[in-house]
Design a protein around this ligand. Structure first.
Ligand code: PXP
Length: 252
């Protein structure tokens, strides 16, 4: 099975909000995250990822519903575990959700979800989602205890946080790849689908070929940035071409 690409289009909405936060329904409100999603799909995106944050800094609920309506590939809703977001997910019915930690001060999701420390809360949310037919991914740091706990709680997938890998220096990158390798091994053998996301770009993506068992990359910032130069469709096409070097894995 080739490596799949989930394209996170949040930052298309970030740009729109910079000008139109107070005029969301203005006919001038651009750029449009629905169009960006369709362009990403035309370029080969296998799924579209959005994160409706508590502070609504980029995606709004209306975007989520419009994107869900417009696309024919799976929608992945990244969400903090709050009553508000659980209600949104149950109403929106994305194909899958990715549970993430969320604090208002952070620039982006800055660490993995502490599944071990929040075991009860995470487990309850997983069950609610699964009862509604929504598959669950947990965004976690590449640590064995977190991976094992994700499996015990019955999540279908984990997304290994590649932020430290993305920020690694020439001296530290091998150790980060090694951490991801070990976590991916544990997750795969525990029956989890193993995805990766955060800080993956056109320069470092191929280094992740050293990490086995990966099913999907979730990439936002780098693709949206590249899209400003060459358009979303071509930016996604380029990323997919890089990803085609990843060793094919057989489905579990
Ligand atoms: N995965 C998760 C859980 C995220 O929170 C983000 C950032 O929104 C991404 C992947 C994408 O990260 P990046 O924008 O660095 O590609």
């Amino acid at each position: 099975m080739p490596l799949l690409l989930g394209v996170n289009v949040d930052h298309v909405a970030t740009l729109r909000q910079a000008r139109y936060a107070l005029l969301p329904e203005s006919p001038n409100a651009e750029p449009c995250p629905v169009q960006a999603s369709l362009d990403a799909i035309a370029g080969g995106a296998d799924s579209i990822t959005i994160h409706v944050r508590g502070d609504r800094r980029h995606m709004q609920e209306a975007d989520a519903y419009r994107i869900k309506e417009a696309i024919h590939v799976p929608l992945n809703l990244e969400m903090g575990i709050t009553e508000e977001m659980i209600a949104l997910a149950l109403n929106l019915r994305p194909e899958f959700v990715c549970l993430v930690p969320e604090t208002r001060e952070e620039v982006t999701t800055e660490g993995g979800l502490d599944v071990v420390g929040r075991r009860q809360e995470v487990g309850d949310c997983i069950r609610l989602m699964q009862k509604a037919g929504i598959r669950v991914s947990l965004f976690i740091d590449p640590e064995e205890a977190q991976v094992r706990c994700a499996a015990e709680l019955g999540a279908e997938m984990i997304e290994l946080h590649t932020g430290c890998f993305g920020n690694a220096t020439a001296e530290t990158v091998a150790a980060e790849i090694d951490r991801l390798h070990r976590a991916a091994d544990v997750g795969h053998h525990a029956g989890l689908q193993v995805n990766a996301g955060h800080g993956i770009n056109y320069h470092n993506g191929r280094q992740l070929e050293a990490v086995p068992h990966l099913t999907e990359y979730n990439i936002g910032h780098s693709i949206v940035s590249r899209a400003m130069r060459i358009g979303m469709e071509q930016a996604v096409r380029e990323m997919k071409a890089l990803m085609s070097h990843y060793p094919a894995i057989s489905p579990q």
